[in-house]
Design a protein around this ligand. Structure first.
Ligand code: ADP
Length: 160
């Protein structure tokens, strides 16, 4: 059984993340989405909120399971029995970082393979950070995220 782990901060999940998750669910028997609890980033949503927003977005896919984790991504992959890490690659923005991470993971866990899915054309420009920035400035984000995520972002920013 091929098990994959798609890790990230998902603060919050976007249609770009969901596109990668859905495509990965067709390639692997089981896909864990790993929500990294303590990324080196200023977060808008708590770990529980990020997990919940993802779960609600992927209810229709029974072979996807959302979990949170701390520590090394590769160690978490080993713990859940994943042989592959899935990441999304946007043109320009992601390659160097992903390449370095793949090299590091290969040193630490030689058996773990990394599969990068090219971001679909319509989501190339989409990132959680840009989305939050646009929302903060009053932009309409409804075409970039599922409806419940847009509502959660608005609520969170309104509450500040
Ligand atoms: P991280 O903090 O690990 O970069 P992110 O939540 O920003 O976590 O992204 C998780 C993964 O999803 C990364 O591999 C990232 O490159 C990928 N990703 C982010 N946005 C998109 C997008 N619009 N299309 C495809 N992949 C994406």
């Amino acid at each position: 059984m091929t098990i994959a782990l798609y890790p990230g901060s998902f603060d919050p999940v976007t249609n770009g993340h969901l596109d990668v998750a859905r495509r990965a669910s067709k390639l692997f028997c089981k896909v864990y989405i790993g929500v990294y609890a303590t990324p080196n980033k200023q977060l808008l949503f708590s770990t529980e909120e990020r997990v919940e927003l993802l779960r609600k977005s992927l209810l229709e896919l029974p072979n996807i399971e959302v979990r949170c984790f701390t520590g090394l991504t590769a160690a978490f992959a080993k713990e859940i029995g994943a042989q592959t890490l899935v990441r999304g690659l946007r043109a320009g923005a992601d390659f160097e970082y992903e390449f370095d991470m793949a090299m590091m993971n290969k040193k630490l866990y030689p058996d773990l393979e990394m599969v990068c899915l090219m971001a679909s054309q319509e989501y190339q420009f989409l990132s959680s950070s840009l989305l939050k920035e646009a929302a903060r400035l009053g932009g309409d984000i409804t075409s970039f995220v599922p409806k419940h995520v847009a509502v959660a972002v608005k609520k969170k920013l309104g509450a500040r």
